[in-house]
Design a protein around this ligand. Structure first.
Ligand code: FFO
Ligand code: ATP
Length: 188
């Protein structure tokens, strides 16, 4: 049962990653403000975001839009198999693992995610029940249980799908942002 779920997830990841290799960029630099508005996030509040790589929706411009709107933006720092650490993005970046760029500021600890009114979550796909498929490292699965704010995944239109395989540890999303459909609130 569990290994069947794992195999289905792995097959989906391979297909979705391959499709992203030839897909057009999706910067979401303006659209991200519709998420901020939809979840009543106001200037001064904290948003946990991510810096897109390798065909992921999002961009540095998207992060800058959030900062320009007066939001406090935290970016993730990978610490092995531990939950993600977080640091304030103040314009400084340095190279991280997996070709990532990470915030150069002082790490705030894994529990910093709890202060975020909104968490923008990278995903390969999300389904209509809010189940998210990530890259398979489990980094977000270990961190999202500590979050208290709205969880919104960013995907392409065709990556928002009717149903994905779900395991008990998969944390459900409260919403999804796609370039074509904008913000979609998901029933939890
Ligand atoms: N932009 C972004 N940041 C993130 C994540 C993410 O999915 N996207 N993570 C989500 O958990 C964590 C890091 N986990 C990641 C796991 C794999 C890859 C990845 O795409 N690896 C490439 C290249 C590997 C390499 O060069 O060594 C690959 O597998 O093709 C990226 C991030 C935290 N930060
Ligand atoms: N809360 C958790 N604590 C410890 N390990 C976990 C937790 N959640 C998930 N894992 C482990 O992480 C691995 C990857 O999980 P999964 O396939 O759901 O990844 P994903 O959601 O696609 O990845 P990510 O969260 O990095 O985007 C699995 O081996 C799983 O058992």
């Amino acid at each position: 049962m569990t290994s069947d779920l794992r195999n289905r997830k792995a097959t989906l990841r391979t297909r979705l990653r391959a499709a992203r290799r030839t897909a057009d960029p999706v910067p979401l630099s303006a659209e991200v403000l519709s998420v901020v508005a939809a979840f009543d996030v106001v200037p001064g509040q904290t948003v946990c975001a991510y810096l897109a790589i390798g065909g992921e929706p999002g961009s540095l411009e998207m992060i800058d839009t959030l900062r320009s709107g007066g939001l406090r933006v935290l970016l993730p720092i990978v610490v092995g198999d531990a939950p993600l650490n977080w640091a304030l993005y103040d314009g400084g970046l340095r190279p991280g693992p997996y070709g990532l760029r990470e915030p150069a500021g002082e790490p705030l600890g894994a529990s910093a995610i709890a202060a975020a009114a909104l968490v923008l979550v990278p995903a390969l796909a999300v389904d209509h029940q809010g189940v998210r498929l990530g890259k398979g490292g489990g980094h977000y699965d270990r961190s999202l249980p500590m979050a208290t704010g709205a969880l919104v995944a960013l995907v392409r239109d065709d990556e928002f799908v009717p149903a994905l395989p779900a395991e008990p540890h998969d944390v459900r999303m409260n919403g999804v942002l796609t370039p074509g459909a904008g913000v979609i609130r998901l029933p939890l």
